[in-house]
Design a protein around this ligand. Structure first.
Ligand code: ASN
Ligand code: ZN
Length: 338
């Protein structure tokens, strides 16, 4: 998506092209940070009470510096800046989700303090986890608004941290697409949990509300119907496949990590739909156990991942369970051999 925006030549879109180029250059340097071993946390920097979040929000004031000026610490009142306050609330919702759904204390399971920087860069077109903290841009204003607007995006970025601390999946090819899909799955679940939505009520969209009203599209991605989130003159059409029949072989986007993630995304959505109810319960637990159970190699394939989810469904619910059947059927529908 950013590559396409970066190539825009129309005068109205020059600012967008510039913003996209800038974000693209930056994203390349992230991979290294994300695959490096997680940093040690300073002694005494953990929250005072276990199970409580410890959030710190900084403002980069349109520079590309981290962390920036401190604007809000844990338990302090709102700043009045929507970006800072949405980041604070989004980190809180994400922390609450992992605690409630999986009994996990923060991103690393050991109370990791959650830091975020808002107003990163000038018209910066992305949000990311840099291996240590969250970073949010304001968007270019033509295509993207500010990236803190979407709770599924905040949940997505923080899930990159969870993956880093658990399976440590590579950010390339199928392992990278699983890494991306994990972030979409837990990003969607953070939002569904915060809204109290069941599988049937949920939109299964990632990044709803990020586009300006000039864009023909509803979100960055649709987990329920990959490939249908947008179809726009400037952005083009959503390139996600919804089964292995349409798997995209490309060297762009680290081997299509944001493209082929549509396949495992739909598998999760199918599992949730077959099981019904709250998707962070049985379906979320099955996926979380597969991610954190220690059986996934860093270069995991779709097939290996599918096997791991089937094994964790069996372990949690038994061989003859509806859950176990639902997981097997979902991978069959998206044509991943397990
Ligand atoms: N927002 C993007 C993501 O989390 C940034 C990136 O690293 N490509 O996937
Ligand atoms: Zn991601």
């Amino acid at each position: 998506m950013l590559r396409r925006l970066a190539a825009q030549k129309e005068p109205r879109l020059l600012v967008v092209a510039r913003a996209a180029k800038e974000a693209l250059v930056h994203v390349r340097s992230l991979q290294a940070a994300r695959t490096a071993p997680p940093p040690a946390v300073k002694a005494g920097a953990r929250p005072a009470r276990t199970g409580e979040p410890m959030r710190t929000i900084y403002d980069a004031e349109s520079a590309e510096v981290l962390p920036g000026r401190l604007v809000r610490k844990e338990s302090e009142p709102p700043t009045g800046d929507p970006a800072a306050d949405e980041a604070y609330d989004g980190l809180g919702s994400t922390h609450a989700f992992y605690a409630a759904a999986f009994g996990r204390d923060s991103i690393d399971g050991a109370g990791l303090p959650l830091d975020a920087t808002v107003h990163f860069g000038h018209l910066y077109d992305n949000a990311f986890w840099d291996g240590k903290q969250m970073v949010f841009g304001d968007g270019d204003g033509e295509v993207f608004g500010r990236f803190t607007k979407s709770l599924s995006v905040i949940g997505h970025e923080l899930a990159h941290g969870v993956t880093q601390y658990t399976a440590g999946l590579n950010y390339r090819n199928q392992a990278g697409a699983i890494n991306e899909s994990m972030s979409d799955v837990f990003g969607a679940l953070v939002e569904q949990y915060a809204r109290g939505q069941s599988t049937e009520e949920a939109s299964w969209l990632i990044g709803e509300g990020l586009f300006t009203d000039k864009v023909q599209g509803v979100a960055l991605r649709s987990m329920k119907a990959p490939g249908t989130a947008y179809d726009d003159d400037v952005l083009g059409k959503d390139p996600q496949p919804d089964s292995m029949d349409a798997y995209v072989r490309t060297t762009a986007d680290n081997g299509g990590v944001h493209i082929n993630s549509g396949i495992p995304n739909r598998a999760f959505c199918l599992v949730a739909t077959a099981i019904g109810g709250k998707a962070w319960e049985a379906p979320g637990q099955i996926w979380f156990d597969a991610l954190s159970g220690g059986s996934l190699p860093p270069a995991c394939t779709f097939s290996r991942f599918a096997k791991a989810t089937i094994a964790s469904a069996k372990e949690l619910f038994g061989d003859d369970s509806h859950e176990h059947d639902a997981v097997r059927a979902a991978w069959e529908t998206v044509k991943v051999k397990a």
